[in-house]
Design a protein around this ligand. Structure first.
Ligand code: NAD
Length: 371
């Protein structure tokens, strides 16, 4: 199969869909890999590193899209890329169709098979191609929180770990899933006082066993949240109800309990955010202030640490890329349930129920478990 890796063109996106080791594995398996010139530069990977391991470096994206039978990338195709997609081609990337009707219609009309990272579900019901980005965002939330707590960034002028004789920061983490647990781990390493809140008792019991002593694992209810907010220097929003908007845990009134210069990192902003006053921001203008509280609500946090994120993503995608390249998409979908689950659009039909429902489009049930 000819596999194409174009350069990402979405704003603030520094990741790339394949590592040099991916090129080597595909080439060893008898496939051909085309990589667009400077595709890896945002992640610190030079063209030469791809070429050494067997890639053909291609000058223009147009050539990649024209020749490749499978495109492997990171973000959903941008409007400039839509006309380049062609029938029969496989596109393996994050799509998040339900959030974008124009994208859905463009991909549907193009005739490509859209294999979406975000719906690839393993045998235990988990979403393994989403997990690494939550790990990155969770760990990064504390790094960003530390930065915006500094006075020149309009924060309270607090050092997370304190110093001998001065108390460390109080950090409240709402939601103890992948993002929350990773945030807690890093916050604990900074020696901060951490409150980690969730409503899932099984999860709380597990985390209570494995978290260090400076992490208090707490049940999330209005009273606990209120008490935490009045003490918090940093709040991380990390709640998720799958398939729904994030629950609003902090309304405008509750925000007034927070100290001036405290910081909120609302990681859940990509699902609407769990703070009423949150609104999406970008890496170029990440923060704004409401009620003297600094809000950081960047929707694609992993994009800023492109190199780490690229490695974390490609570690989990490569195995599936090889499966699709080796078997072809029809056999891969027939033999591997996770691949079938990941196919959102095929042969000009929507094969994912949530996407079809989102836009009132006909649903093709060929990969549906309940069909
Ligand atoms: N901004 C970004 O760049 C970025 C990157 C990665 C993930 N995210 C987002 O971060 C959010 C969290 O992702 P995740 O992978 O950790 O999800 P997850 O499913 O692993 O964890 C979510 C947790 O929230 C808990 N929860 C639900 N309702 C709650 C409530 N009322 N109070 C407290 N906890 C509650 C759940 O029990 C669960 O443990 C998602 O919205 C995800 O899309 C954003």
């Amino acid at each position: 199969m000819i596999v194409g890796v174009p350069k990402e063109i979405k704003r603030d996106e520094y990741r790339v869909g394949m590592l040099p080791v991916g090129v080597e594995e595909l080439t060893r398996a008898g496939h051909r890999v085309l990589v667009e010139k400077s595709a890896g530069l945002g992640s610190g990977i030079r063209d030469q590193e791809y070429a050494t391991h067997g890639a053909t470096i291609v000058e223009k994206a147009e050539q990649i899209y024209a020749e490749a039978e499978m495109i492997v990338k990171v973000k959903e195709p941008q409007p400039r890329e839509w006309p380049l997609l062609h029938a029969g081609q496989i596109v393996f990337t994050y799509f998040h169709f339900a959030a974008d009707e124009a994208l859905t219609r463009a991909v549907l009309d193009s005739g490509v098979t859209a294999v979406a990272y975000e719906t690839l579900r393993d045998g235990r019901g988990r979403l393994p191609l989403l997990t690494p980005m939550s790990e990155v965002a969770g760990r990064m939330s504390i790094q960003e929180g530390a930065k915006y707590l500094e006075r020149p960034q309009m924060g309270r002028g607090i050092l997370l770990g304190g110093v001998p004789g001065v108390a460390p920061a109080n950090i409240t983490i709402l939601g103890a899933g992948v993002v929350g647990a990773n945030a807690a781990k890093i916050a604990a390493g900074f020696q901060a006082n951490v409150g980690l809140l969730d409503i899932n008792m099984e999860r709380l019991r597990y985390l209570d066993d494995v978290m260090p002593p400076n992490v208090d694992v707490l049940f999330s209810d209005r009273h606990t949240i209120r008490e935490q907010l009045s003490r918090a220097d940093l709040v991380v929003g990390a709640v998720l109800i799958p398939g729904a908007k994030a629950p609003r845990l902090i309304d405008h009134e509750l925000l007034k309990l927070m100290k001036p210069g405290a910081v909120i990192i609302d990681v859940a902003i990509d699902q609407g955010g769990c703070i009423e006053t949150s609104r999406p921001t970008t890496h170029s203008e990440p923060t704004f202030i409401v009620e003297e509280v600094v809000h950081y609500c960047v929707t694609n946090m992993p994009g800023a640490v492109g190199r780490t994120s690229t490695y974390a993503l490609c570690n989990v995608t490569l195995g599936w890329v090889l499966q699709i390249a080796n078997r072809g998409i029809s056999a891969a979908a027939r033999d591997l349930r996770p691949i079938a689950k990941a196919i959102n659009i095929m042969d000009n039909h929507v094969t994912n129920r949530a996407v079809a429902d989102a836009f009132g489009m006909p649903f093709d049930a060929r990969f549906d478990d309940e069909a």
